[in-house]
Design a binder for this molecule. Sequence first.
Ligand SMILES: Cc1cc2nc3c(=O)[nH]c(=O)nc-3n(C[C@H](O)[C@H](O)[C@H](O)COP(=O)(O)O)c2cc1C
Length: 303
Amino acid sequence: MADLTTKIAGLTMKNPVMTASGTFGYGLEFADFVNLEEIGGIIVKGTTLHPREGNDYPRMVETASGMLNCVGLQNKGVDYFCEHIYPEIKDIRTNMIVNVSGSSPEDYAECAAKVNALEGIPAIELNISCPNVKQGGMAFGVTTEGAATVVKAVREVYDKTLIVKLSPNVTSIADIALAVQDAGADAVSLINTLMGMVIDIEKRKPVLSIATGGMSGPAVKPVAVRCVWQVAKAVSIPVVGLGGIMNAHDAIEFFLAGASAIEIGTANFIDPTVTVKVAQGINEWLDAHGCQSVGEIVGQLNA
Ligand SMILES: Cc1cc2nc3c(=O)[nH]c(=O)nc-3n(C[C@H](O)[C@H](O)[C@H](O)COP(=O)(O)O)c2cc1C
């Protein structure tokens, strides 16, 4: 049995597999199907300072080997989270991580400060890469200045592990990663969804209510692996890789590209137990290849 223990800055995980934000609710919704405590980390739904309704329906559509969504960060706001959700999840013995989003550096920071006060939340993932909201979201994540401004504002008020989630919808994701590292990020996670569009040819209209949406699932995996490889070469902080991971084989690709941990998103909709199966599969692959620990293969690509 290989050692799957993984450290991401101040965060220690029993294995390197986390759930991706927006695809696993608050974990509780999946508790009947999977033992949450066997998952390395659970990144909960996108959380904002104020409640958000999200976008109109339709906001999801299937594509070849993937899907598009434009949910638009629907959530009841951070105060509701602190009062009603946190008490329900704080004693689950895994790392519960909050995905924080906002419309301005100030409201990102205010939201992060409220989560900082919660003893049972050891890390946040800062979403500067959501393509489905009008204000903020991806707007900050597509320039080095915008990304650095938000990260600096949050770093001032947040003293636990700060993971910054990057957008692939940029010219150089490595430049954005370097900017957030310099601004105080402890780790980066990538990728968020790729901007896409599907058209109903009979109606001659976009299928999604806001025309475009974020693409995820197996079809995006080669893009995500390429991004992880480029970013891991550029930064000195840990990289968390995600995008299209369906099984342990996919996860190993991300480790070789330079990811220290991974997240699984869309695959949870197909198999709610996929995270635990992937953790087991990583272990089997490491054993079969004579590796003592997952850390041994991180970045070990012959390229
Ligand atoms: C329905 C849905 C909702 C999402 N909501 C969020 C969110 O609130 N915050 C965020 O950072 N990413 C969100 N994402 C993006 C995922 O966390 C992940 O980055 C992306 O789907 C790629 O991984 P995957 O191919 O494994 O799904 C969402 C994705 C989907 C499919």
